[in-house]
Write a protein that binds this ligand. Structure first.
Ligand code: URA
Length: 432
């Protein structure tokens, strides 16, 4: 087999076989195929697409390029959840303890922030003392002892995805449905859960800007999962404005705790309840109404919050943060952004707001950058709110001194108009 012929075949819009895809992934991992040929093939895929069968072969081949973990064999009933990425998305911090408090094991590998989107691992690391790099035996023992552990992805999970992602990032080929689907699903398959819930974000802060694209991505990922033997479903959720009111690592931990205490932003709370309910349905095979009751009871009884504290303590973090937010890092300066006119907020460009959070110090531009865990944004006014000129609509937290430019970027991301907008629904659909 020759790489040249495989590139030519995809360039001409033909489908690749399982053997051809395995040849590419094996050759790439063994460094027998140079980056320029892999990049050419990626561009041909970007332009000509891949059908579900090809995408499944690519996913499976990438999943098997490194370590495969069999969580089902280790623990029996486990469930995983994956968000396609958004701004202010702290749902994992809420729903994983809820689900674990119901006796369903959560053995989760999560990622760091990517582009304008945040990552669960960075949020957890903002908790003083919290460790995200556990040895496999400690990870397993923790899940056996308390039913929950969240760690950063180990070095050798789907290394082919790491390599291909890096090439996509530098060749303008990230935003492609088969490539995104295979990238996400290869990591999920290698991590080994039987039950998988996907939270596919739609809107200005998501990779998928329209419901049509998000539906296509969700369908593709669910089909791949089913073909590879998984019990999987996807929820489409709104990411047209940041999720909740807090963006930034320690700030999002605070907002997650407030939801676990039964308070907080009602839309965020409803999303967390819906996602947790769907995880319980997948793991237990029970009806929605029954699963929802269990989830709400876990929050109202304080069991979920207790599980969160136990989880923090087991991973060497300080559980007292739950009752005393001052123990979390918060940046030195709080810069107030005021409305520049009177009217209704009709739009918030969530991607731009994610970029503002990064500029304040909450994210990285390169993987080597360090994060300011206490940087971020408290959003006072969201879509649908009426604001008068001069009202504080957000507070920007940072250790940087001169941030007038960043504050203007926040203001530019907000549209204020003289009509009341229709508020978009949070849950936009479900794919099973
Ligand atoms: N997240 C991933 O892991 N991969 C992509 O391609 C996009 C988002």
């Amino acid at each position: 087999m020759r790489m040249y012929d495989i590139i030519e075949k995809k360039r001409n819009g033909k489908s690749l076989t399982k053997d051809e895809i395995s040849f590419v992934i094996d050759g790439m991992i063994k460094k027998e195929i140079p980056d320029y040929q892999i990049s050419s093939l990626i561009m041909a895929i970007y332009l000509n697409g891949m059908n579900d069968t090809e995408t499944t072969y690519l996913t499976d081949s990438m999943a098997h390029s490194g370590d495969m973990i069999n969580l089902e064999e280790m623990f029996g009933e486990t469930v995983d959840k994956h968000s396609t990425g958004g701004v202010g998305d702290k749902t994992s911090l809420v729903i994983c303890p809820i689900v674990a408090s119901l006796g369903i094991k959560v053995a989760k590998m999560s990622g760091r922030g990517l582009g304008h989107t945040g990552g669960t691992i960075d949020k957890l690391e903002s908790i003083p003392g919290f460790k995200v790099d556990l040895k496999e035996k400690d990870f397993v023992k923790q899940v056996e002892d308390i039913g929950i552990s969240i760690i950063s992805q180990t070095g050798n999970i789907a290394p082919a995805d790491k390599k291909i992602y890096a090439l996509r990032d530098t060749t303008a080929t990230v935003s492609n449905i088969p490539l995104i689907a295979s990238s996400i699903m290869s990591k999920k398959i290698a991590a080994g859960d039987k039950n998988i819930l996907l939270d596919v974000k739609v809107g200005s802060g998501a990779f998928m800007k329209t419901k049509k694209e998000a539906t296509e991505l969700a369908n593709k990922m669910v089909n791949i999962g089913k073909k590879l033997g998984k019990n999987i479903s996807a929820i489409l959720t709104n990411m047209d404005e940041p999720l909740g009111n807090y963006v930034g690592n320690s700030l999002e931990v605070i907002e997650a705790i407030s939801i676990l205490k039964g308070r907080g932003n009602p839309e965020l709370k409803e999303l967390c309840i819906t996602l947790a309910t769907n995880m319980v349905m997948l793991a237990r095979g029970i009806k929605e109404a029954n699963a929802r009751k269990l989830v709400i009871n876990s929050i109202n009884s304080g069991k979920a919050l207790e599980k969160f504290k136990e989880f923090i303590k087991y991973q060497h973090g300080n559980p007292d943060i739950v009752d005393d937010y001052k123990l979390l890092p918060i940046s030195k300066y709080g810069y107030e952004v005021k409305a520049n006119k009177t009217g209704y907020i009709t739009k918030m460009n969530a991607e731009e707001i994610g970029k503002v959070a990064n500029l304040l110090g909450a994210g990285r531009s390169t993987m080597e950058d360090t994060i300011d865990y206490g940087a971020g944004i408290i959003i006072e006014s969201k879509v649908g709110n009426y604001v008068r000129k001069g009202k504080i609509i957000a507070t920007l937290y940072t250790n940087k001194e001169d941030i007038d430019d960043i504050a203007s970027k926040y203001l530019n991301a907000i549209t204020i108009s003289n009509y009341k907008p229709n508020k978009k629904k949070m849950i936009l659909g479900k794919i099973k």
